[in-house]
Design a binder for this molecule. Sequence first.
Ligand code: TMO
Length: 325
Amino acid sequence: MNRALSRLLSIFSFCAISVHALASATPISSQPIKMVVNDWTSQIVLSKIVGSIFEQTGHKVEYVTLSTNKQWGALARGLAHVQVEVWEGTMSEMFNRMVAEAAIVDMGSYRAQTREEWWYPAYVAELCPGLPDWKALRDCAALFAVAGTAPQGRYVAGPWEKPDEARIRALGLNFIPVKVKHGDELWVELARAEKAGEPIVLFNWSPNWVEAVYDGAFVEFPAFAPDCETDPAWGINPKFLYDCGNPTGGWLKKAAWAGMATSWPMAHKILAAIDLSNAEFAQLAAMVDVDGLSHDEAASLWLAEHEQLWRTWIPKNQQADAHHP
Ligand code: TMO
């Protein structure tokens, strides 16, 4: 490779991936790897990060915006290929079924441990004594009432959860779940309530940027057990399913289309190797939701600041993929 070309390439390649390897690699698959993009911050930023790493290693990449409900069919049919965040609390049922049917591939867990649950800012505990025990919400429901739910309390729900109405019924709570359309609206509701000192209970998860900015806690429902969701006799309500909370210490996984390994073997290896901690996920989300960067800016900055880490995810003898799906 001549020097001018080499210099030019290094200008465009801020990372230290071997310019020679990129320039001399066999032509990559002409098919783009399609990344599932959902609607919460860390997932969006991480999709772009992983997509950029795939591009840096010679792949074409496209982004497909899909709800978590619609992603399963798309991944099974090869209309999308990679999902970088599958959360146990909200997605384990579909994920486990699809993996069992070999419709998608389990690409491994992050070391991050997760929780997705009803959550309240700390000042709410003074208004509703007994929190975080869920039984406090039986007595305090009216506190959370708003126009449209009064006299019942409002639970501000995200667009991803498992049946909250079923849980509310099974636990005898006097609440109505009101779903936001996009994850970001949760934080608008939280900021508004906090400013006004108004009671609020809303969906939240960890790792997330929220824990670094707001004092608060998850509601402690009866501990999760798989039988809670399949056997009505399980738990404090013998007639209904869902008389329990979501898992604590839940897993967070990556998933791929079943043809990933044969179509893009190197990208498949990279995806398998990707691992992040709770703090690293929280930091990703904070770059956008606290620092105000766009998703793309956050992804670029993260790649620039964590080059040492993400280079360890790339196989040593990198070879651009030559296969077609
Ligand atoms: C899937 N989520 C992290 C938004 O709960």
